[in-house]
Write a protein of this length. Sequence first.
Length: 452
Amino acid sequence: MMKTPYVPHLFGEAAQAKLKSRLGWLTAGVASSIAWPQEDVWVLYDSHEYVLRGTKGGEDKRPPCISTPCARGEMDAAMTRVYLFASVLGWFKGGHVDVTGRIWGSGPVLYGSRDTFTTTLDGSKYFNCNYMPIIEDDQVRKALAFLREGRRLRYVHEPYSFLSFFKVVESQFSSKDRVVWIQANLDQLDGEAGKRVAELRAQGVDVGKHLFDSGRCAVAHASLGGAIVDPDIPADRRRIADDLDVMAGLASRYLKVEAGVPDDMELYENRDRTVPWHALLPAGTLEALQVGGTVSDVAALGKLQDNRVSVRLWPHDAPDCMRNMRLAAEGYAPGVVTFLIVNERETVFLRFALDMANGRVHTMLEDGGVTDQFGEVTEADIEHYTRYFHSAVGNGLVELCIDGFDPVPCEIVIPVNIIPQAPEKMVALALEQFRKIKAGAAAGSEQQQPAE
């Protein structure tokens, strides 16, 4: 299994602080088809720091680029890291991020061309590349590099794009094994690629041989009397354009199926979110829950029971009233344990379902709230619980954090029979109502005071 570790992110002033914290930065300009952040984003990927420099917006629009710490004499090594980071980032987000140039400076200067086309992320949304896979196999690195080139060139130069996609597969096999692999995987293609394969076969074409002779060789060579892709012949260009979907599909299939490099969507569907907490459970309990068994004794939960957890809305820190909350099991079902989480003052309580059988954690929004049984509820309790509730309803990402372990993300809430409201609007309304209740209670208390 390829490693897909938690990737810390910092935004805004925190990202700026990282940029100002050291001297020596290499900045690489990029062309990107993925949505690029408007503000700077710092990430720690595979033990190295990268800052995606925001494009801003309006008249202050800037070219997209990536900065990474680099001593003056280590630029080539830093560029190799940036190329790999760009390859993985583009693959992970379903597009491409390709390097256009570089510059070194004692400070993190900007670099890039203003006419580079890049899609910009909505300024209200956070850029997220969490759980990007770590590439440790050099052959896979090369395949990703060729894919990066192929995707970048697809709408710039179709013949060279075809050649780069072919290299993804060609770089991984001997000639004989490549032919066998392509023939075995042509039937697995769908969409436009599958339609083109069927079309060629209907014409009696050996598709694998066609891709090599009329595609790879015709693009790479211009031998006298041999098959070439003539830049001046529209039919040659159309042939390559028609076959491009097939070669792109084979390249992507190799990386996903053979090399096992997951993208963002695949990890969203298949990743076990509960992994960080596995070490807190006794081996027998973990095994039982994962196969849908039931435990009914809190002692079976080991270090997870009565642990301390902070609840936060990613990427923000947990507020004080949701920090170091006590985690206590209160319900059991096949493969599932439900937990009550209460803060130290016992004013805020939340509930979550830990579904070990399916590798998911669910917020139980309707079963949480604020209680004033001890008369200690504060405006901060009301504010942060209200923001938590309405942000979660509005598809905000909730994370459960235990010191010493990676955060555990909760599933995104899909509202049913609920019209999501703007969290800050609901916070203002909740605080207004709370203040009225407190004021009314105070007035009633004064009226009940006996006259002297």
